[in-house]
Design a protein around this ligand. Structure first.
Ligand SMILES: C[S@@+](CC[C@H](N)C(=O)[O-])C[C@H]1O[C@@H](n2cnc3c(N)ncnc32)[C@H](O)[C@@H]1O
Length: 260
């Protein structure tokens, strides 16, 4: 069903085998002994599109659109900007402060969740939902294993709670006004092809558009704001009732805001 097998890198390491076993069990996918085979040979032999590779302490998902793995590069840069006083368009759109709670409905690689977690701090909380079991697995395992040298980044990553769930189901189970901010960053209706960091995600991500009923649920669940990221001038903002638009004047992406 996941169109994926798991294996190790070509060199034999006990740690990699254990990691591969863990992924096979958790995701219910077949574990294949590598035997120095190329990824192309494995794809052909097992008739799958994706190969999850366990390699000493981390996972990489090799997809037809590129390699998907966790790295907090973008989050790190944005956190640096916040610390330098330059701010961040997403957290400004959320009007996010220390101690607040965020439900990030579209975790992906986790950059937005990590930045939100940095701002909300130790007294706040961030839950990241991800519908794709593969993306949820690679990001959550990456977050667990990543050792950042910078303490603030490290603790921001570790505080994010990852849940493999569809926001359409998850939101319905939450009580009214139970989190401060509900955030959506769905796959854009018209992708920005030059966003190379998102490309590897495309073949395994959930591409369904955000629905009006999910926005209604988000408005019920959020105490303070519902925020959605889309490309600048996207018709999704008006279709879904995001009347207020925030973000950089010349930026390719904007944030729709619903104040509650
Ligand atoms: C554009 S990416 C998000 C990127 C993310 N904000 C980041 O900072 O890395 C969108 C993600 O949302 C996920 N997604 C789409 N629909 C979803 C749903 N109904 N429930 C949970 N996750 C969903 C996709 O699988 C994809 O990984």
């Amino acid at each position: 069903m996941l169109n994926t097998i798991v294996t190790t890198d070509r060199k034999y390491h006990r740690d990699s085998i254990e990691l591969a076993e863990k992924a096979a069990e958790k995701l219910g996918i077949q574990l294949i002994k590598r035997n120095r085979a190329s990824l192309e040979t494995l794809r052909e032999n097992y008739g799958v599109e994706n190969v999850l590779i366990a390699k000493r302490g981390s996972y990489t998902l090799d997809t037809p659109e590129g390699e998907l793995f966790f790295h907090p590069n973008m989050a790190q840069l944005r956190i640096k900007n916040i610390r330098m006083g330059d701010g961040d368009h997403m957290t400004k759109a959320m009007d996010l402060r220390e101690g607040m709670s965020v439900l990030d409905c579209t975790l992906g690689f986790g950059a937005d969740s990590i930045v939100a977690s940095f701002v909300t701090g130790e007294t706040g909380s961030v839950i990241g939902l991800e519908a794709s079991p593969l993306i949820a697995f690679v990001t959550s395992e990456g977050m667990k294993q990543f050792l950042a040298t910078n303490y603030e980044l490290h603790s921001a990553i570790k505080r994010v709670q990852v849940i493999n769930a569809d926001y359409n189901d998850y939101l319905k189970q939450l009580p009214d006004k139970s989190v401060d901010v509900v955030y959506f960053d769905p796959m854009f209706r018209y992708p920005l092809r030059d966003s190379h960091n998102i490309n590897p995600l495309r073949s395994v991500a959930d591409h369904r558009p955000l629905s009006m009923s999910a926005v209604e649920e988000a408005k019920r669940v959020a105490r303070y704001r519902v925020v959605m990221k889309e490309t600048s001038h996207s018709k999704e903002f008006s279709r879904l009732g995001f009347g207020e638009i925030a973000g950089g004047k010349h930026s390719k992406v904007h944030y729709g805001v619903i104040r509650l």
